[in-house]
Design a binder for this molecule. Structure first.
Ligand SMILES: [Fe+2]
Length: 286
């Protein structure tokens, strides 16, 4: 008998933004807007101090401060990999002398931002549901023997379904978010850099239970205001020992920006190849 559990969604319903400080806005514009083809949010942070880059229903928040780098990579879904290749080639000259690089892999395009953040860009298709453009997952490198305990924290504290797969040496943990998004924790032997303060923002259906657990253990790093709190330490839910650091901005569905409509442009539009009325991009598959 089918149990239809594939229809279930866990308590984390949306991974909305990844916050990565950038030291230089012109270089960030070249990489995120021209290179990756994302859209600068036209309504918020339109000056030089910060930029919000819209990616379908997700965003990058790019505050002008010393660079932050995720030890791992970010998985992106884009409508068209060939068009992405053209765009990345077009910014090579402008990003020369930085850590920018890109290469074509068998099933994705790998790109590195000017400050060393790694992206894997996949073509929209069946594994990604109806997502034609968006942040599909964030993958963090974690120490040996930690991934299973980390995803147990998400399962027990945040109510997010999680799985872990092990081979002889390492475990890979996955945390399911909403319909088509994930957090991934991959064990490596690479020594981790010290945590630099980058953060992710998630929306949770049940807000009070994770808050209560974290509050009782002194783990709230920013108290509730405007329907959100923050924590940054992932701990073993049984014994409280620290496992990993990454700040989470945790919002309830009452947050005024939940499911805010994000403007997305079609980056293939140009004055020479213009299609009247099609400036906007609909970030969903047909
Ligand atoms: Fe944020």
């Amino acid at each position: 008998m089918l149990d239809h559990s594939e229809e279930d969604v866990g308590n984390i319903v949306l991974l909305e933004h990844v916050n990565l400080q950038v030291p230089d806005q012109p270089l960030a514009i070249l990489f995120y807007i021209l290179g990756l083809g994302f859209t600068r949010d036209p309504y918020f942070n339109i000056g030089l101090r910060n930029m919000w880059a819209n990616v379908g229903e997700q965003q990058f928040h790019l505050l002008t401060r010393p660079a932050q780098v995720i030890h791992g990579h970010i998985g992106i879904v884009v409508p068209d990999l060939e068009a992405l290749e053209e765009r990345l080639a077009s910014v090579e000259e402008g990003l020369a002398g930085t850590k920018f690089s890109w290469s074509v892999k068998p099933d994705h395009i790998a790109a590195t931002c000017p400050w060393g953040n790694h992206f894997q860009c996949y073509a929209a298709g069946p594994p990604f549901g109806d997502m034609a453009l968006g942040i599909r997952y964030v993958e963090f490198f974690v120490g040996r023997g930690r991934a299973a305990d980390i995803v147990r924290f998400y399962d027990q504290v945040l109510g997010a379904p999680s799985t872990s797969e092990s081979d002889k040496q390492r475990t890979l943990g996955r945390v399911k978010i909403g319909r088509h998004q994930w957090l991934v924790f991959r064990e490596t032997d690479e020594p981790p850099p010290s945590y630099d303060g980058h953060h992710i923002a998630i929306y949770v259906a049940n807000f009070s239970r994770p808050y209560g657990f974290l509050k009782n253990r002194g783990l709230i790093s920013e108290e509730v205001r405007n329907h959100q709190f923050r924590f940054k330490e992932i701990v073993d839910p049984e014994n409280g020992s620290g496992l990993f650091l990454v700040e989470h901005e945790v919002r309830s569905l009452h947050h005024p920006m939940f499911r805010r409509f994000l403007v997305n442009r079609d980056p293939s539009e140009s004055a020479r190849r213009y299609h009247r009325g099609r400036d906007a991009l609909i970030p969903y598959k047909d």
